[in-house]
Design a binder for this molecule. Structure first.
Ligand code: FES
Length: 295
């Protein structure tokens, strides 16, 4: 019969015999994730008084219906760049949903476009295996660190509200849908157009969106659940052409999965940076420099 042995541990939150700077990693992670959560929440609420423009949908500043009680057009949005013929939509607001659409109950018209869609990327990241490890340690002290005493002894597993973690695969399916939508936003950004006509062009904003799609793809296709979807349940990799395709996809996903942490952290940073860049162009006087072509 096997016996379990408890290793001697110092008592008291953060007490340990370790001599390395074990606290630096979790502290930096708490600061990083905390900042990103606050920023995304702030931006989501910030655009609650939205107005919108022509290129991405139903309304524009010019034809905005003030008679229906919407806000003044001078309070235009900060979620997209729309000047010099370039059109760059922040990924925090894509796919763009107009809260004041006829199919949305009027009680929800106060919401910003971001509030309708951020639940899915947030759910995807919140249930991600890597992020779970990171924020359980950083925020919940489960554990505080290897061989470091934590503030409580109990660990009851992912029960109660944490059963939502089981939805990760569902969130992954939805996250995959975002990729072509964000690619479409990039395509829009290189199709400059205004009243004078259309032209191909590339601005710094276009490149920011392109890199965003690449980073999010690396993160999504390296997801453990995605890797299982493409490679799971296969006993023979070479039997049929479909098996060979699955094998290639699984290998590709595995390669990305090996650096899943890096994809997770960098892609998160870049989504926020892309949004900040667009906000800065709209509100802080930064210019979205056109590098190639344009109008
Ligand atoms: S495990 Fe991280 S996104 Fe799926």
């Amino acid at each position: 019969m096997s016996e379990s042995t408890k290793l001697p541990m110092k008592k008291g939150f953060g007490k340990t015999d370790r001599t390395d700077d074990w606290w630096k990693g979790p502290t930096a992670m708490a600061a990083y994730l905390g900042f990103m959560i606050v920023y995304a929440t702030w931006r989501g609420f910030m655009e609650s008084d939205i107005l919108f423009f022509s290129e991405f949908g139903a309304s524009s500043c010019e034809n905005w219906d003030v008679a229906k009680g919407f806000k003044d057009v001078s309070e235009c949005q900060t979620m997209a760049i729309e000047n010099q013929g370039s059109h760059v939509l922040s990924p925090l607001y894509s796919p763009l949903i107009f809260p004041q659409s006829s199919w949305i109950p009027m009680e929800l018209w106060w919401m910003s476009p971001a509030m309708f869609i951020l639940i899915f990327p947030a759910g995807f990241r919140g249930t991600c295996y890597y992020y779970r490890k990171a924020y359980y340690r950083a925020f919940f002290q489960q554990p505080t660190g290897c061989a470091v005493s934590k503030p409580w002894n109990e660990y009851s597993g992912e029960k109660g509200i944490f059963v939502v973690q089981n939805l990760h695969r569902m969130f992954m399916y939805i996250a995959v849908i975002y990729l072509p939508i964000l690619t479409y936003d990039f395509w829009l950004s290189i199709n400059f157009h205004d009243a004078s006509g259309d032209a191909f062009g590339v601005s710094v904003g276009s490149l920011v969106l392109l890199l965003n799609v690449i980073l999010l793809s690396g993160y999504t296709f390296g997801c453990h659940a995605f890797r299982h979807v493409v490679g799971g349940g296969s006993n023979h990799w070479t039997g049929t052409p479909m098996n060979r395709i699955k094998y290639r996809m699984w290998r590709f996903s595995t390669k990305l999965n090996e650096r899943h942490k890096d994809w997770a952290l960098i892609s998160l940073f870049w989504v926020m940076f892309a949004d900040f860049y667009i906000w800065a162009c709209q509100d802080f006087g930064l210019t979205d420099i056109v590098l190639i072509g344009g109008l």
